[in-house]
Design a protein around this ligand. Structure first.
Ligand code: ADP
Ligand code: MG
Length: 355
C-alpha cells in the first residue's frame, strides 16, 4: 500500500544515516519523526519531530508507532523484541534486524542462502578459541557476535600466544572466530528491494578501510572487483529475498582469489553508498524512502563517469574550509558536535565528469 507524500516516516536511530534519510524524505514531501535516546541527535536536527526515549521503552515505542505511518531504522543494534510492537509498520521487518545484529546467526544465514563466507567458528570460551585456531588456522580475527561496528569488538589472533590476549581484548563475549582473508580488494553490493520483489542495484563501490573504518569508496570499482560483481549481486539478492527485506540492504564483500566472499550485511543504507547522493540519479536514501513507502523505483545509473567518496573521521572535519573552497566537491557535515577520534563527522564526494 502506497504511503503518500505528506505522511509521517518514523526513523529509529538518530545518527547521520537517519539525518540523510530525513533530508531525502523531506524532498519527497514527507515529515520525519526520529526515535533516539540521545539528548542531541543529528537526525532530529533536520526532522519534524524527536521522541527522546530508550530503544526498549515499550510505552514510548507504542506512542511513536501510533504517531507515524511507516517506521524504518538506521542502525541494527536495536532490541528486536521491543521493536516488534511496531508491527507491520516496520520496514524492513525485525527479521532483517535479528539476522544482521548477530554475527553467528548472520554467517549461518548467508551460508544458508548459498553464498560463501570466510571459514568461521562460533566461540564462547577460551577453549573454543583454541579449537577454532586448529580448525580455521592462523591468523584469525575474533569478532563479538553483537554490538560491533567500525572495527570495534574485534581482535586479531596471529599466534597461539595471542589466543588468551585476543579473547580478553573482546571482553570474553560470545563471538565468532574468522579466518584472515587475503583479499584483493573489498567492495559492496547495495540493493533496494520492494515488498513485491522489485529491486534495483547501484554500481558496486570499491571500499578502502583503515583500522576497521571505511575511508574511501570509489565507483567504478577496479577490474578485480568488477569481475565478481555479478556473482555478488546474485548472493545479495538471494539474501534480500530470504529476509523478505523491504528497503535498502548492503552486503560487504571481500574480492578473494577464489571469488566473492560475503563479509557482513547491513539491513540499511550504508556508508559505502553515500556517493549515490550526487553520483547516481537516485540516492540510496531516496530509494530507501521510495521502497518503504511503496513508490516506484528511481533510476540508479551514474550521473557522471563515477564518484569518489572520502569520509571525514574525527579531526578530519577541521579540513572543511579547504574542502568547501574546492568547487568540485560536495561536502557533507553531519552536525554531530565533538570530533572524537574514530567518529564519522562528515564526508565529501567528487563526481567524475561525463566521458
Ligand atoms: P564492522 O562491523 O566493524 O564493519 P567488519 O567485519 O566489516 O566489521 O570488519 C571491518 C574491516 O576489517 C573489514 O572491512 C576488513 O577491512 C577488515 N576485516 C574484517 N574481517 C576480516 C577478515 N576475516 N580478513 C581480513 N580482513 C578483515
Ligand atoms: Mg563492515
Amino acid at each position: 500500500m502506497t504511503i503518500p507524500p505528506g505522511s509521517v516516516i518514523g526513523i529509529v536511530g538518530g545518527g547521520q544515516l537517519g539525518r540523510m534519510l530525513a533530508i531525502a524524505a523531506a524532498q519527497l514531501g514527507y515529515n520525519c519523526h526520529i526515535f533516539d535516546p540521545a539528548e542531541h541527535s543529528c537526525a532530529a536536527d533536520v526532522a519534524a519531530k524527536h521522541t527522546r526515549a530508550a530503544f526498549d521503552d515499550l510505552t514510548a515505542l507504542r506512542a511513536f508507532g501510533a504517531a507515524v505511518d511507516v517506521v524504518t531504522y538506521e542502525f541494527e543494534n536495536l532490541p528486536v523484541e521491543a521493536l516488534e510492537v511496531l508491527g507491520d509498520k516496520l520496514r524492513p521487518s525485525t527479521r532483517s534486524l535479528a539476522v544482521a545484529q548477530d554475527r553467528a546467526r548472520e554467517k549461518a544465514f548467508i551460508e544458508g542462502c548459498g553464498a560463501s563466507v570466510a571459514p568461521w567458528r562460533q566461540v564462547s570460551s577460551l577453549a573454543d578459541v583454541t579449537a577454532a585456531v586448529l580448525k580455521v588456522g592462523l591468523p584469525l580475527v575474533l569478532k563479538t557476535r553483537r554490538y560491533g561496528y567500525d572495527g570495534k569488538g574485534q581482535a586479531w589472533v596471529r599466534s597461539r600466544r595471542e589466543e588468551q590476549s585476543g579473547w580478553q581484548a573482546i571482553g570474553e563475549e560470545p563471538a565468532i572466530a574468522e579466518a584472515a582473508i587475503d583479499f584483493v580488494a573489498e567492495f559492496s553490493v547495495i540493493v533496494a528491494r520492494w515488498a513485491d520483489g522489485r529491486h534495483a542495484f547501484w554500481d558496486s563501490p570499491e571500499n578502502e578501510h583503515r583500522e576497521g573504518i571505511l575511508r574511501r569508496s570509489t565507483v567504478p570499482c577496479s577490474d578485480a572487483c568488477a569481475a565478481q560483481v555479478e556473482e555478488a549481486r546474485e548472493a545479495a539478492l538471494s539474501i534480500a529475498e530470504a529476509l523478505g527485506h523491504v528497503g535498502v540492504l548492503t552486503v560487504e564483500f571481500f574480492a578473494s582469489k577464489s571469488g566473492p566472499l560475503v563479509n557482513e550485511i547491513a539491513p540499511r543504507v550504508h556508508n559505502s553508498g553515500h556517493w549515490t547522493i550526487e553520483g547516481a540519479v537516485t540516492s540510496q536514501f531516496e530509494q530507501h524512502i521510495r521502497a518503504i513507502c511503496d513508490l516506484p523505483p528511481g533510476a540508479t545509473g551514474l550521473t557522471g563517469s563515477g564518484a569518489v567518496m572520502d569520509n571525514l573521521i574525527g579531526d578530519d572535519v577541521g579540513r572543511w574550509p579547504e574542502l568547501v573552497s574546492d568547487p568540485r566537491l560536495h561536502v557533507h557535515i553531519y552536525g554531530k558536535g565533538e570530533a572524537r577520534p574514530g567518529r564519522k563527522m562528515g564526508h565529501f564526494t567528487r563526481v567524475g565528469p561525463r566521458a
